[in-house]
Design a protein around this ligand. Structure first.
Ligand code: PMT
Length: 399
């Protein structure tokens, strides 16, 4: 995936400014980006913006650039994916009817790469039968079309026509660029904290942001898996194309996990589940009174241990996480045995650059047979891909 090349076609709509953010995200995902702009797009955003973000010259016209006379042929053929964002009614019509009257439309006529169109325009324009017919025609020819979001539009109306969030376009692009090596597999991931309520306004929780679990879900869906993400409260947006089950408490997480367990090939429990909950949950807010307050806690179900105990009836690769502040390997080892896991990801959460809330993680993977794999500090999304590689290898070994 890293180093793959995207040709981004930017056409003349107000959403062209959002394409700058898309370039930034694509580059951040280690993709090479070349931008081609129509003349009208350059009225909205200057090519220099895209040149600065992509690190490459922006192509705006077919002729008069002595150094690259065959770019209109090369560009669509040496790219792994072409994204047109925003795609105006004009470019959609041109592609549908084979018109090549500027650099971008000519390049698309000769393109061999997959094309992802992201229409963005006024709602009435988008719903116009001519535009809809053109989109249908393009879909039939294998062009991928990302539906625009609905909402208030720059022209003042409200309806379908907003360019999807650049992060969602990136996600779609990554799916299209990935090897679907997890296709046919069902992967369940748990993520985030649980919240254990004392009364209507107070709860006990922990520092999990959900980043590790969401990275696992995102990586799995990118690689073609059917993904169920069961998540405690976080501020993160769930990846698109998955089944998302929001929960609050450990007991709710247990119910959701058991509900979705059937048919899972890989289960990864990255959630930080509260081991205890208040014995009593008060219906009304607890009032201030005595100088001290004792809160009696009772054990929560150990969901992962339950999955391990009943593994015979529901065979799947079981992956646990162990968040430890001391004796990392010994403690993680105990958990892999006690919970009948195939592997456990040991997280030293005393580090500043790993564990809770960080974008990076440094983990040790311990296998059921005692092997230990020590991984360097990496972005959580890279750790996620590696965990999935290892879980898939275990799955392939037993099939
Ligand atoms: O969310 P982030 O901010 O990205 O942080 C990531 C993380 C640190 C939360 C994550 O990487 C991690 O280490 N998750 C496991 C945290 C944890 O609760 O560890 P534990 O050692 O207490 O539990 C061991 C395993 O049993 C875990 O897989 C846990 O999900 C599971 N468990 C624990 C208790 C319980 N009642 N039920 C469970 O299923």
């Amino acid at each position: 995936m890293k180093g793959k090349k995207i040709l981004l076609g930017v056409t003349g709509g107000i959403a062209a400014y959002k394409a700058a953010e898309l370039v930034r995200l694509l580059v951040k995902a280690d993709l090479r980006v070349e931008v081609a702009m129509t003349e009208s797009a350059t009225w909205f955003v200057g090519p220099l913006t895209f040149e600065t973000l992509s690190g490459n010259k922006v192509i705006t016209r077919t002729f008069g650039r002595a150094e690259t006379p065959r770019d209109h042929i090369r560009c669509g053929q040496d790219s792994d994916l072409i994204i047109i964002a925003p795609a105006t009614a004009n470019i959609i019509g041109k592609i549908a009817h084979g018109i090549g009257d500027d650099f971008l439309s000519t390049c698309l006529l000769a393109a061999t790469a997959k094309i992802l169109l992201c229409p963005a325009m006024n709602d009435r324009m988008f719903l116009n039968p001519a535009v809809q017919d053109n989109l249908d025609l393009l879909k039939k020819r294998g062009v991928l079309v990302m539906a625009p979001d609905s909402g208030d539009l720059a022209c003042g109306s409200d309806g379908p026509g907003r360019l999807p969030d650049p992060a969602d376009i990136l996600e779609r692009a990554l799916i299209l660029l990935s090897e679907p090596d997890l296709a046919g597999l069902k992967v369940m991931v748990t993520a985030g904290p649980t919240t254990e309520h004392m009364d209507p306004v107070r709860f006990i929780t922990n520092r999990s942001s959900g980043k590790m679990g969401y990275a696992l879900a995102r990586a799995a869906v990118q690689r073609g898996a059917e993904v169920v993400l069961i998540s405690g409260p976080t501020t993160l947006k769930p990846p698109t194309g998955i089944t998302f089950c929001p929960i609050n408490t450990a007991q709710e997480m247990k119910a959701a996990v058991l509900d979705h367990r059937s048919g899972c090939h890989i289960i990864i429990k990255a959630a930080a589940v509260s081991d205890y909950r208040p014995k009593e949950t008060f219906d009304q807010k607890l009032k201030k009174g005595a100088a001290t307050l004792s809160l009696e806690m009772v054990r929560n179900p150990d969901i992962l241990a339950l999955l391990g105990e009943t593994k015979k009836d529901h065979p799947s690769i079981l992956v646990g996480f162990a968040a430890e502040t001391e004796n990392l390997l010994q403690n993680a080892q105990k958990k892999i045995n006690a919970k009948h896991l195939d592997m456990i990801v040991a997280n030293d959460v005393s580090r500043k650059d790993a564990g809770f809330q960080t974008d990076t993680n440094a983990v040790k993977i311990i296998y059921g047979d005692g092997r230990v794999e020590d991984l360097p500090l990496m972005a959580k999304i890279d750790v996620a891909h590696l965990i999935l590689d290892r879980a898939k290898a275990l799955k392939d070994n037993i099939s």
